[in-house]
Design a protein around this ligand. Sequence first.
Ligand code: F6P
Length: 343
Amino acid sequence: MRVAMLTGGGDCPGLNAVMRAVSRKGERVYGDELIGFQDGWKGVLEGRSVPMGVEMMRGTLPRGGTVLGSSRTNPYKVEGGSEQVHARLAELGVDALIAIGGEDTLGVAHKLAGEGLAVIGVPKTIDNDLSATELTFGFDTAVQICVDAIDRLHTTAESHDRVMVVEVMGRHAGHIAAWAGIAGGATITLIPEQPFDVEAVCDAIRHRHTEGKRLASIVVVSEGATARDAAMELQSGEIDAFGHVRLGGVGARLAEQIESRTGYETRVTTLGHVQRGGTPTAFDRVLATRFGVAAIDAVHEEAWGTMVALQAGSVVRVPLADAVGELKLVDPELYDVAQVFFE
Ligand code: F6P
């Protein structure tokens, strides 16, 4: 078969590991020819493809980012876009497409599957907010990057007796924040699922201080967290082709509020794209490899319109519709665990 791959949306550690696995099993076991579209759906629309055989993918297992490039192009926002996708794939003799992405890329794959495209999805996102899979690859790496940063910030916070606010990614789901907050020993963790009260955050910090401890408070705030307080309102940013607003800034605003209300010296660190960069953890390399192998198996079993997923430790197939219908949010039980340690 001629099997194509693409990576869409934000890049993510483990993307190359997925493609390396697809390519290895596809070529060596099934005798497939593998190609890749550059820059997500944009490359499909423009018919830009490259060979993705075993030799091409050699040495890419530990490499972050995606050798194919990525974009946030939505073919359904381009005049005649979906027809163009079908036409390009037919012209290039593509028998099956493996789309590796998050809710946006897989949302497009789901629609195209409904129009008869032979497509399989692989769940990718550092945000871990895709339904129907317990984990997405890239999440473990992002959490580890946050925890390494928080560990470092603890020592500076202690030395200077400061409050440190750490803003992490995650869009409208607080998985990265919740995990990083628990693993990093945060004083408070704020997630989008639970709007917060600035004064309550300040009270917790004051309480910690009056107990005679040095401040050294770490406040982890998810970029999509919202406050009930008008003073925290942020200007809304740019909107992308999938209708997402560009987030960021809540950490800086919160730090200003904490400093002005408590009088304690406060600094902010926005981890930003550092969370998506660099080499995947061993866990993500293994998960991505398992997903890649499962995806090429799904191609050969013609399981069109499905996504490979992790459930109860096993890699299974689920309908793409189940993955993109609604966001997977933080389980309140996990947030309760984080709250046990709030001061
Ligand atoms: O979805 C992954 C993610 O990193 C989000 O956590 C973040 O809000 C967004 O992408 C940032 O997107 P961009 O790279 O386009 O700024």
